[in-house]
Design a binder for this molecule. Sequence first.
Ligand SMILES: C[S@@+](CC[C@H](N)C(=O)[O-])C[C@H]1O[C@@H](n2cnc3c(N)ncnc32)[C@H](O)[C@@H]1O
Length: 307
Amino acid sequence: MAQSAKRTDTYSLQCGIVASCRLTAQHHLITQRIGGLIYPAISNEIRSRKDLAIADVGCGNGIWAIEAAEEYPLAEVIGIDISDAQFPWTCPENCCFHVLDMMRPVDQDYKGCFDLINVRLLAGSFEGKEFTPIIDNLHQMLKPNGWIQWLDISSPAIRAYDYTEPSIISEWRLPSPITTQIPLFIKSVEWFDKLPALLKQRGFIDIERYECPPKESTLKHEAEITVLVLMELGQSLFDVEPAAAEKFNDAIAEMLEGIQDGRLFTTVLQTTIGKKLHRALRKRKPRANMVLEWLKKEREGGSRSNI
Ligand SMILES: C[S@@+](CC[C@H](N)C(=O)[O-])C[C@H]1O[C@@H](n2cnc3c(N)ncnc32)[C@H](O)[C@@H]1O
């Protein structure tokens, strides 16, 4: 059964039934935070495209892919993950799931296929690794004018709020063991902050970064999910460094007590979007430059002949 599948990759969270339920709850909270599955800058542009194809890379239990397939019944939606441990057994007809390691060069079959690639909470899986391969793969998998939408944890990873304060957004210090341990676990934050520059380097255009602030009405639910993620991290840490895991779990217990006292925290999320430049546009640039060069030469030549 998929739930007990052993994983051989470096994913540091769990993949059993509880972890899958946590992903589902987290999906609904994130979708509420950003107001839908796809940012309007993208959905307004792709909605009317023919042969619309969408991929969800690092799809986990596939909940985003399933909802996208329902929202876009004429689109083909593919959920992609390095492991099938959480793939669903039921999904809409226009949705399917493939196993693929995004750190390895992608097959020709996936190149130039997608109008949109959604990536969510994947950066943590690549800690300490070279990120060029995944950005190259995403770029190659997109059609010209195809979009990437990448939501992930951004600095400072976790933000705390004190519900007893008049302004809920006032910062509250996290229990110190968590504060010191978090950067050890969520190193990807630094990398994700550089994503807009990396996309620009790779030739993406129309790059935007959006804040995804939590909704005040669901802050407690967000805090509970944050604690569950930390518990999963603590569980994985237990196999590697039991002493550190014990400290980590004490800090989580402190956070749980904090919630009882009206203290809340959420993960800091941001989304980066960008569009793959259409090849024809890329060609037009040098041509424009050539015309400018020619005009410049003409002008220089002209002024010389006037002397
Ligand atoms: C934190 S989960 C996020 C799942 C989903 N995107 C969501 O938001 O609910 C990260 C997922 O990325 C997958 N993953 C990790 N490394 C990967 C790789 N090299 N290629 C493809 N998927 C990968 C993991 O297996 C896991 O399912």
